[in-house]
Unconditional design. Sequence first.
Length: 445
Amino acid sequence: MPDRWGERLQRRLGLWSAVAVLVGSTIGGGIFRTPAIIAERVPAPLALFGVWTLGGLLALCGALTYAELAALFPRSGGVYVYVREGFGRLPAFLFGWTELVLIRASALGAIATPFAEYFLRSLGFDPTHPPYDAAVHWVAALAIVGTATLNFVGVRWSSLVLNFTTAAKYGALAALVLLAFAVGRGDFGNFVGAAGPLNGGLFGLALVSVMWAYDGWGDLSFVGGEVRDPERNLPRALILGTGAVIAIYLSVNAAYLYLIPIAQMAHSPLVAADAAQLIVGRVGVGLVAVVVMVATFSTLLGSMLTAPRIFFAMADDGLFFRSVARVHPRFQTPWVAIVLTALLGIIYVSLRTFQQLADQFVIAIFPFYALAAAAVFVLRRRRPDLPRPVRVWGYPAVPFLFVLASLVILGNALREHPGATGLAFGGILLGVPVYFLWSRIRPHP
């Protein structure tokens, strides 16, 4: 039976499991794969730290804003629910539609790809050259199948594995930072030497890549219907988890730059392995490969835990096929939604590269992150009587900054990459006629 918030799934996640979902969903391939992209787009140390810091502050503004919404509507689907409550069913449908055809499959593929690359590298194969570059897609697809299976058999099992792997990868990153400065033969001069001129447009594109690395703080909202004592635990987990991610990302980038000059970093797609090799020799490459595999598997597991709840919430709301809202009688999981999510991820990772997947994900999801954050303003005005266990710190500046920054990021992406960005926006708008067609076929009661 539904609980007092109308949720049918069981609430089995405590505070630290919720923190692990956020941290585990966030720290994955991004911190191991994107530093080279950032260094190429922003070839100056101060600007590099500036873009990582700015991305972290934006993520924190988003987490602070969502803290109010999560306590107000602790339901499965998170962002979907916030958009629906603030702006109605059409925008909420567009979010679910975009998750279905663009966002989630791209995210799963972009997470699974670094896992596959480091797995192949740990076996002694070079994933950047034939024939092993093609094998990356197959290994990534198998990783998606594995994490989907874990989530199929229950939240308890997947959360236990997620808690363990999250603690392991966070500890490993902290150890990498300590070893880099304790025994690594780096050079603090790397923090001041630029490798080229700065370009405002490329800084904006670098921010897109950084926001991909930080993404995950929003994923916790998708499992809001399965967090115990959600009015207290969801806001706490959002803020604690996002703060922990910002701290480790800035520290790891400092360690990378201390060991590797920024010009060299730009040509080091597997920068963590190169950094570890400089600290402890060839054995470091193997150790980092294991850490990256654990980290990306953990993130993939977290994403597979959270994403199906969006489709589950849509179906429960009558905006998707009712069968997708089925709950497994034994495992108590939205099993049809999990299978659907896995199939989408496998299709995308089989056809696209890491950077195509990562950039498309950020461009497609940020309009809805901004819309959900803007719901705070709408709900404060339209429904002031609702009990608000948590209110946004720094209101209205914090949500306004997040919404504004999201729009600036999207505008810059449209200017620099009009084709890919326009295609993503076109995919979103294609959902409008689909919504009206669906409404005619299955009218809302």
